[in-house]
Design a protein around this ligand. Structure first.
Ligand code: GLC
Length: 605
């Protein structure tokens, strides 16, 4: 297959605490088409694309990517040493998980100082060098802005919590106890237990959507909003390429704090249903957009849990508050209740396709003219092969099938480190083997809800965030070349065969498939700027769609099942096979997990 692909590409190329103690190289020439390219329903030209629409983004879980100093934690210098890996994948934007000073209660999503780098990751000089070195390769750094909350060790919170009367007393969400002294409402935090924590020094509770070590900021206060814009502007001045806005749908709280209807045996209700996407939130986000983004070429992508495709016009596009938003409809397709990992539900491929298609359709409407951040994994999600493919699916074929979806949908693909190697979930034997606090709390919650240890552990094996966070596997040496010390989280057992070096050497590896697809996007522009149209919606095995611009039409067909699947060949009647994961690919039939792209030339260039 390698030879056939290479031949096709060549031919084309030729033709074309203690507070509370107190409380790829793009080697294929780009076939540029300049006229009347359409995307969505709107005519678009290549010049219309912004830099971040015509690139691939890659999420680095800083702690797990590459350790340069042997302390067992990934760091910024480690990232600098591996930029070539990203370059050959065609990456133009690196989303760094938070690397600011943090006590690490939630692995950095609890920020104590937005203006400095955590010593375990390096220094501000290292960060400046990363921005510069990546810039030389045309790669921009995307910072993760965690603005719903800070760490309880942030000076802002330390001051706010110290008394009711201080210059930051209103910077967080404080509320009086009920008459009996209990928490103001029955809201459950994302990571389990009440979302209120009592603070002796104020005789009040503060709200925490996540851990108690992550107190929520009070966005009603203009001083808070200004302080956050100042943080963002500090990083814009440093030359970063954009921001991922963490947990951003929770920043606005309801005017009144009221109990909700309990949704589990603990008498609490998930905070998401009480505070997500509260009316008025858009005013704050618009203010942020104009204060930080106007006049720059940075992009923003919001983590928009609770935003559905019908809300998109306000959230993305020319009049939206962000350039893109991550939606979560499809990641929860098998999980009706985020807090309960043991109660899964069955789903079908048409359900899955509908979610993408609805978002895609809404986003691309001419009046929105928005853009989609295509992702299947991130540091909070299971590995996609384990999540979306049938049990027993072959890792290599599955990784290629999902990689094809990721890199050929309309939008900017966001890869999660390791996804390009075809990682699958870890299944460690005991809950004590896991690091992530949310995973531990989900396990505890399941036991409290009456599930057996075995059932609770099965939920952990399916959904634990640790699966996305194990160290990057670079080679087959000890600790997979990630560190010379003891890795903070165990390296997955398969590292001897699943690693960057061995996959680079294997033409049929998942990694080489990703590199080919990335090159294909450069040469076949319809995969970047073409409109999207779903095909064969009711088919339970095949995810198929068209990507078409004025000159070319690509037809992508991916078999999500472990059985062969047939399709109506009329959709590829005038098309040539461009690439397939199966070197005996046949028109009309897909082998188990086969992914294939056909192309029809509409206008010869
Ligand atoms: C986001 C992050 C997640 C973190 C949470 C709290 O969902 O992606 O990792 O735990 O926010 O900041």
């Amino acid at each position: 297959m390698k030879h056939r692909t290479t031949a096709i590409l060549t031919t084309l190329a030729l033709t074309l605490s203690p507070i509370l103690g107190a409380c790829g190289s793009l080697s294929v020439p780009v076939a540029e088409s300049r006229s009347d390219i359409s995307t969505g329903d709107r005519p678009m030209t290549n010049e219309d694309l912004k830099w971040w629409q015509d690139t691939i983004a890659y999420e680095i879980y800083v702690k797990s990517f590459k350790d340069s100093d042997g302390d067992g934690y990934g760091d910024i210098n480690g990232i600098i040493s591996e930029l070539d890996h990203l370059k050959r994948l065609g990456v133009g934007a690196i989303w760094l998980t938070p690397c600011y000073v943090s006590p690490q209660a939630d692995n950095g999503y609890d920020i104590a100082d937005y203006y400095n780098i955590d010593p375990s990751y390096g220094t501000m000089e290292d960060m400046d060098r990363l921005i510069e070195e990546a810039g030389k390769l045309n790669i921009r750094i995307i910072m993760d802005l965690v603005f719903n909350h800070t760490s309880d060790q942030n000076e802002w919170f330390l001051e706010s919590a110290s008394s009711k009367d201080n210059s930051k007393s209103d910077w967080y969400v404080w509320a009086d106890p009920r008459e009996d002294g209990s928490a103001p409402t029955n809201w459950r935090s994302f990571f389990g237990g009440s979302s209120w924590e009592y603070c002796e020094s104020r005789g009040q509770y503060y709200l925490h959507t996540f851990l108690k070590e992550q107190p929520d900021l009070n966005w009603e206060n203009p001083e808070v909003r200004k302080a956050l814009c100042d943080v963002a502007n500090f990083w814009v001045k440093k030359g970063v390429g954009g921001f991922r806005m963490d947990a951003i749908t929770y920043i606005k709280k309801p005017a009144e704090f009221k109990d909700g209807t309990p949704d589990a045996g603990d008498g609490l209700v998930g905070i998401h249903s009480m505070t997500a996407n509260t009316a008025g939130i858009l005013d704050y986000l618009n203010e942020f957009k104009h204060t930080v983004q106007d006049g720059t070429d940075i992009f923003t992508v919001g983590e928009a849990n609770g935003v559905s495709s019908k809300d998109l016009p306000d959230w993305v596009g020319e009049n939206g508050v962000f350039d893109m938003v991550f939606e979560f409809g499809f990641v929860d397709i098998d999980l009706p209740d985020e807090s309960n990992w043991c109660a899964t539900r069955a789903w079908t491929l048409p359900d899955f396709k509908s979610i993408f298609t609805a978002s895609e359709k809404t986003t691309s409407q001419p009046e929105i003219n928005g853009w989609y951040p295509m992702f299947l994994e991130n540091h909070d999600q299971p590995r996609s092969i384990s999540h979306f493919l049938p049990e027993g699916a072959d890792r290599v074929s599955g990784g290629k099938a999902l990689g094809t979806l990721l890199l050929t949908m309309r939008g900017t693909p966001f890869l999660m480190e390791g996804e390009e190697l075809g990682y699958v979930n870890v299944s460690w034997p005991s809950i004590d083997d896991y690091n992530d606090i949310s995973t531990k709390n989900h396990y505890k919650f399941a036991i409290e809800e009456g599930y057996s240890e075995e059932e609770a552990l099965a939920g952990v094996h399916r959904f634990a965030r640790d699966s996305a966070r194990t160290p990057m596997q670079w080679d087959s040496s000890e600790n997979a070349g990630f560190t010379e010390g003891k890795p903070w989280l165990p390296v997955y057992d398969d590292y001897k065969t699943v690693n960057v070096d061995s996959e680079m050497a294997d033409p049929d590896s998942v990694l080489n498939w990703y590199i080919k697809l990335s090159e294909l996007r450069s040469a076949h522009r319809e995969l970047v700027d073409g409109r999207y149209e779903e095909l064969f919606h009711d088919d339970e095995k095949i995810f198929a769609y068209i990507r078409e611009n004025a000159s070319r039409k690509a037809i992508v067909l991916i078999n999500f099942s472990t059985e062969s699947a047939s399709f109506d060949t009329s959709v590829v009647e005038n098309a040539e096979l461009l690439i397939s994961t199966n070197d005996k690919s046949q028109k009309g039939t897909l082998a188990p997990l086969e992914a294939v792209i056909y192309e029809e030339v509409i206008v010869s260039l």
